[in-house]
Design a protein around this ligand. Sequence first.
Ligand code: TIU
Length: 223
Amino acid sequence: MTTWQIDAEPAPLTLDPEATALVIIDMQKDFLYPDGYGAFLGNDVTLLQRTIAPIQAVLAAARARGMLVIHTREGHRPDLSDCPPTKLDRWPPGHRIGDMGPMGRILIQGEVGHAIIDELAPLPSEIVIDKPGKNAFYATVLEQVLRQHGIRNLLITGVTTDVCCSATVIAANDHGYNAIVLSDCVASYSPERHAATLATIKAQGGIFGWVTDSGRVLAAWES
Ligand code: TIU
């Protein structure tokens, strides 16, 4: 059986390719584009844009290998019936989920800003999971999809490191999946929180998962 030997922290990994999926979290226009919601809230989106090229490289290699690719999108129904008031109240009126933002209603399914960025547009054959929470397992079909495909290992990419990537990694660990985070393929609006999140994931023997990077994954795939 072919296996992948991937250098990672806190320890190298041996992965079964058939049981490994690439997960691309919330690479949406609202989070990454200069006229999106993230920028509208005053964040520096160039910090997030640095992930685009490495994710493109990993995505191209994953597609060439026929790997399962899963894209996620954070967002809500237009009537907000899947958005708890606790999530709505975090920002002043005018800046809330469902309010009109620069790229349409903020984080609402079907709006321009909710779409995945053009640079990483999913193929029709790829799975796109809409999620109302930060954690991609919450109120979605993700676990069903992973089970149907015999997936045990998740290569985690996307934004933001400290919010949706972290929430998903922590949930993956609880659900019994190995989460392997590609450090250059995840980013935060805060470099400090990015670093702290990666440090936490790989601490204590890999308490939540592993940390590697696109170069080490691509090297493993090429050898
Ligand atoms: N996808 C994701 O991380 N959603 C967020 O709300 N992230 C922030 O950093 N705010």
